[in-house]
Structure formats: C-alpha cells, structure tokens
Design a protein around this ligand. Structure first.
Ligand code: CA
Length: 503
C-alpha cells in the first residue's frame, strides 16, 4: 500500500470517528425542584406537571441521587462550566466575580471540533468564552420583555416571554445557523422558575381551581434542629412578600392584567394566620408551576425540532437544574441548605441506543460531574484538575466499582440574602452530617446529623444521641478525607463579612 493511500485511509477513519460523536443538548433550568417533575413521583405527581421532561426519563435514565456542591444559582453554573467545587473555581456566592479566563469544558470541546452554543441564563457577569455563539440574559434577566446580550450587544424582546425567546433563539441556531458537518453542544438555559415566578399570559389560568397538596411539614417549628433552620429568612410565612412574590399589593401588580383579579380577591378577603400561609402556599405553587409548564413546553419543542431534523438518533438530551428548591417543605421556598430538597437536583438523560429506556440510577452524582461527562461524550481529554467523574459509564449501566461513596457540600453566602448560615457537610446516601459555622452560629459551630432512612424529611437531628457516636466519628473522618481530596482550604470559624475573611 502506498503512503498516499494509507494517509487517505487514516484521514477517512478519523473523519468517521468524529462523525459518530454525539451531539449534546443540555437543558438547564433555575430552581426547578425534583418534587415538581412527574418522573420523580411524590405528592405532586398526579398533577402531571412535566410530560416532556418525563418523556426524557421514560425514554432514557432518571438519576435519583443527583446533588449539587453549593446550592445557589451562579456558583452552580460556575461548577457546571469548570467541573470544580466553588473553592477551586473561585465562585463562592452570587456576589463574587467569575474568572472567565480559567479552564472550562466548552473551551476544550471547541478545540476538539465541537460547535458550542449557550442561550439563556448564565448569571456570570462578563463575556462568555469558549462558545461559538452565546446569547444570554443580563444577570437574573426578566420574565417579560427580556433583554439578551450577545457578543454584538443587547437585544430587547418587547412583548415576549423569556422562556419562549430562549427556545426560539436556541432552535434558530439549530435550524439555521449551525455547521451541519460538525457535532454540537447546545446549552439551553432557562431563567424559570426562579423567583418571582411570573408566568406567561397564556398560562395564568392553568391549575386554577386545583388544590395543590401541601407538604406534611408546611408548619415546621424547627424544634428538632439547631440555630440555622430556626433563624433563616426564607419562609412562606415571614419572608414571602404580598407585593413582588404573590403580586397582590403594589401598583405594578394590582394594575397588571395577569394579577388584577387575584389582587381584588385578596383585598376583599384578607386571609390571616395559618389561612394566610395556606393561601400564600397555593398561590406561590401555582405561579411556580405555570413557569415550569412553559419550561416543559420548551423541552417538548426542542425534542420535536431534533426529530424533525433527523438528529434524535445521535443526540444525547439531558435535563437538570442549578439546584433544588423548597416547595413549602419546612415552610420554605428558596434553597441554600444542605437539607435534601435544595441539595438534590433533577437529572434525566436520553440517548437512543446507549441509555436503556426507563432506567434508574441511584449512584451518588454531583454537579462537579457534568463537565467531565460532556468531555467524555465528545471523546475529548478530561483535565486531571477537574474534580468530578464522567457519568457516561453510569448511563450505560456500567457504574465503576470504585464510584464515590459520599458527597461533599459547602454553602458560603452568609451574611447574605435569606440568612442561611454557612455550612459544610458530608452525605453518604443515607447519613448526612452538617456543620454550621461562623458568625451568628452559637459557639462558632453547630452540628446536625440525619438518618434519611428513618427521617427522610430531616425533621430531627440525632447528633446528640449517644448511640450515634461511632457513626459521627466515621462521618467526620469521611468529611476530612473529602476536604483533603477536593483541596478545601481551612475556613475560619469567626468572620464578620463573608468576603473579607474567606481568603
Ligand atoms: Ca438557582
């Protein structure tokens, strides 16, 4: 064989290998709780809240133990892009600047022949890097009449609903702008259902007249836990406002066609005490579910577009959220705590011929794993300083024998919005050990221990039970080992302002 023919064959086979690499569609929402996704079951399942996301689970895999490392918006996105915990990517809280110059998975994908696209909410100030095309919301963005920023500048979408614009812009790229010879990574990042849960006009009557089931601990008195749960500022009762959250007070809302009737009803009835909390819960849930309904419609539109363009067979579609959210559990909305509803996040993935339809994975996975997963899917090198592990073997039903047996968590934004004390902890799938520390924590540190097998709602810490001594010793050892593994810097227990003392 001549050298020329050999070279031609090598080029051809390399080309075929590249062509076989899957496209990746990553759909990501903001504050979408697993409790409000039908595939996860639970008290809200009968409401049929997410038929299209459920379809991904039905035709693919549902991850039952997907968690985040720091349950808050922007740090979670920094982890998604870097494959690193907050202390390694520098984005500890929503206020920190994000260093865009650092290593991020999309830069590596791009170097390895992928087209990379980001549309929607990223919540990291500054210009995106490593994307062939990006069109993002400034900061939190707006539900109605949103602005979007691109490399070229700002566009205002008057009269439009944010979820619809994100879908439309993503599909416009898919249908009209992509290079059909190259594989792609398309990131569709929704703003919804972030606070203040302002739905599309067309969804305002959805769930009307329906009683949304309450969680058993809507009126939690926090007696089984230490200071942090007692002194948070994220309760439906005390924190959720009649003005911007429930939209029944203030000119901006009472004159708004979406909320006019609600405001009138409220002014006439003025519920109080427990009745008020129950009304707030119902109203909050319905607005939230209307915004997630639009997200689910978007998922349906993306799946349909992939089918229409003949891309379904060689595309993996994943759906997740930047963290979980409280749907009235513990009397709360918002996130931040290492307690299950915010620590855990939904994750479903479909990949025809590779992921077995209807499969369920219960390994401990975390958002540090996403970047590595995308890189392995693209057959691109995974840098050794990324801190997670690719989920590709798990998706194929081949979990490695040495898969992790515990997760590390660390929340930093205190003092700050919602007054959730700083804490870190370890979770092994059953036992959860949490250390609250720093200013406004009595004695500088408080510990909690939960056995999720006997107390899945985490209502009573069993840290002081003498029979748990050995368990606590084991978990503390595990926590220290994880901190060493992830290179967590020593954190002072005394601090006045979150930022000043962290260094
Ligand atoms: Ca969020």
């Amino acid at each position: 064989m001549t050298r020329g023919i050999l070279t031609a064959l090598l080029v051809l086979s390399a080309g075929l290998a590249l062509a076989a690499r899957p496209n990746i569609v990553w759909i990501f929402s903001d504050d979408h709780s697993y409790q409000t996704i039908g595939a996860y079951g639970g008290r809200l399942e009968p409401l049929n809240l997410s038929p299209n996301i459920d379809r991904i689970a039905k035709e693919g895999m549902r991850f039952d133990r997907a968690y985040v490392g720091n349950s808050i918006c922007a740090p979670s996105r920094a982890t998604l892009l870097t494959g690193k915990h907050s202390h390694m990517n520098g984005k500890y809280d929503n206020r920190d600047a994000f260093n865009h110059d650092q290593q991020q998975f999309q830069k590596i994908l791009q170097k390895n022949g992928y087209q990379t696209v980001m549309v929607g909410k990223i919540h990291l100030n500054g210009k995106m890097q490593g994307f062939d095309y990006w069109e993002v919301l400034p900061g939190q963005g707006k539900y109605h009449d949103p602005d979007f920023i691109t490399e070229a500048g700002k566009t205002h979408y008057k009269g439009r609903y944010v979820t619809d614009v994100i879908t439309e812009r993503a599909l416009n790229w898919l249908e009209n702008e992509r290079d059909k010879e190259k594989p792609f990574m398309l990131m569709v990042h929704h703003k919804a259902p972030h606070r203040n849960w302002d739905p599309a006009d067309r969804h305002m009557s959805k769930f009307e007249g329906i009683e949304i089931p309450e969680p058993a601990n809507l009126f939690d008195d926090y007696s089984g836990r230490e200071t942090a749960a007692n002194l948070q500022d994220m309760s439906i009762d005390k924190t959720m406002t009649l003005k911007n959250d429930l939209k029944v007070e203030g000119d901006r809302w009472i004159n708004n066609p979406r909320y006019k009737e609600r405001a009138k009803w409220f002014a006439a009835h003025k519920p109080e005490g427990q009745e008020l909390v129950k009304w707030k819960y119902q109203t909050y849930m319905k607005d939230y579910l209307r915004t997630t309904w639009a997200v689910d419609e978007s998922v349906g539109a993306v799946l349909k577009a992939l089918e229409e363009q003949g891309l379904s067979d060689n595309t993996i579609v994943m759906y997740s959220s930047d963290q979980g959210f409280y749907m009235g559990e513990h009397g709360w909305f918002d996130k931040r705590f290492m307690y299950e509803e915010s620590f855990r996040t939904p994750l479903v993935a479909m990949w025809p011929g590779k992921i077995k339809p209807g499969s369920v994975n219960s390994d401990l996975v975390q958002n540090i794993d996403f970047a590595e997963t995308f890189l392995e899917l693209a057959d691109a090198p995974i840098p050794s300083d990324m801190q997670g592990k690719s989920l590709v073997p798990l998706m194929k039903g081949e979990t490695p024998k040495d898969w992790r047996d515990s997760l590390y968590y660390h929340y930093y934004e205190y003092p700050g919005a919602h007054s959730v004390r700083r804490h870190e902890g370890v979770f092994d799938g059953r036992w959860k050990l949490i250390k609250f520390y720093g200013v406004d924590v009595p004695g500088g540190a408080e510990w909690e221990l939960f056995d999720l097998q006997s107390d899945p709602a985490e209502m009573k810490s069993v840290y002081s039970n003498p029979e748990n001594k050995a368990q606590i010793k084991r978990l503390k050892k595990k926590l220290n080992a994880l901190k060493k593994q992830y290179q967590v810097p020593a954190v002072p227990t005394e601090q006045k302002s979150g930022k000043a003392k962290r260094k």
